[in-house]
Design a binder for this molecule. Structure first.
Ligand code: ADP
Ligand code: MG
Length: 300
């Protein structure tokens, strides 16, 4: 949650500005009003669902990465190496404390590694201008909160410039269209704390849609650990598979249905990479993986 708050108020420039100045807020509201007006115009020719114009997915490499949270802290990553090609779905799995979430923290540069090399899109992570790096990444934290306000505000929160068309597309891609239809005032319904309560599965998909609207070249998804019902589980699986067709998705997986679909799985243990493979190969080759699969990966 702390990482998320940092992310919201400090790292995403438009939000920082929004918080600092009422002027931008007014502009934002004006933009939303315009969006409402646009809604009543005839529909444009249909864009293929899921298409994101001009956004190339990026790959990631970790090479002997060493990291600890502080000089007096134990080592978290003791020479972590793995490779994620551009596009497709890669799952990170492993017991609690293995260092999975720390991988995301390093990719977002919430922290800097002390040894080895991390590249994104073939470029050393230290050579990326920070703003450009964070604009390229979408980050869906574990148990991402629903913010105060309407569903529309929740979705456009970090993408005020998204068009109505992009908004609709993100809703369809994340299977939120049913929810929008069911809500008394559709997108204008207040959700979360003071409004309609969303289920865990819906919250997660709202968070994914919010991240997608920023057109990420790499989507980092720390799956919620809470149980989903069968319908929501299936939807999530479809959404992740579809998103992975157009951008790189790196998911810290907490459910078997996500993992079985992955193009590759990186098994982490005690600050290292223990094995890399597919569900089929790892079930045969790796005891720890088999154990995790037997418990459905429901570990934090
Ligand atoms: P995982 O996501 O695989 O459960 P994490 O990457 O969250 O593992 O944590 C790996 C190790 O780093 C754990 O021992 C954890 O206690 C420690 N750790 C995580 N975040 C911090 C932090 N902000 N400060 C200090 N230690 C941390
Ligand atoms: Mg974690």
């Amino acid at each position: 949650l702390i990482a998320f708050l940092l992310y919201l108020f400090y790292l995403v420039p438009p939000i920082g500005q929004l918080v600092q100045g009422g002027v931008q807020l007014q502009q934002g509201l004006a933009a939303m009003k315009r969006i409402n007006e646009i809604e009543s115009l005839p529909a444009e020719p249909a864009t293929p669902v899921g298409a994101v114009a001009g956004v190339e997915p990026v790959g990631v490499t970790f090479e002997d990465v060493v990291f600890r949270y502080g000089d007096d802290r134990p080592i978290v990553h003791a020479g972590v190496s793995f490779e994620v090609p551009p596009g497709g779905l890669t799952a990170l799995v492993g017991p609690s404390g293995a260092g999975k979430s720390t991988v995301f923290g390093l990719l977002e540069r919430f922290y800097d590694h002390q040894g080895g090399t991390i590249t994104i899109g073939g470029r050393d992570i230290r050579d990326w201008p920070l703003g450009e790096l964070r604009a390229a990444l979408g980050y869906v934290e574990q148990d991402a909160p629903v913010l105060a306000g309407t569903l529309r505000e929740n979705l456009l929160f970090a993408a005020q410039d998204a068009t109505e068309d992009e908004l609709r597309r993100a809703i369809v891609r994340t299977r939120l269209d049913d929810l929008v239809e069911r809500l008394p005032e559709g997108l204008e319904t207040a959700v979360g704390h003071r409004g309609v309560l969303l289920s865990g599965g819906e919250r997660q998909r709202v968070a994914i849609a919010r991240a997608l609207l920023r057109r990420p070249r790499l989507l980092l998804l720390d799956e919620a650990t809470s149980q989903l019902d069968a319908v929501n589980e299936l939807r999530l699986r479809e959404v992740i598979a579809e998103v992975a067709e157009e951008t790189t998705v790196l998911v810290i997986a907490h459910r078997l249905s996500t993992v079985t679909n992955a193009d590759r799985i990186v098994v982490m243990e005690a600050g290292g990479v223990r094995a890399v493979g597919t569900h089929g190969s790892l079930v045969g080759d790796d005891d720890l993986y088999r154990e995790l699969a037997a418990t459905q990966f429901l570990v934090s």
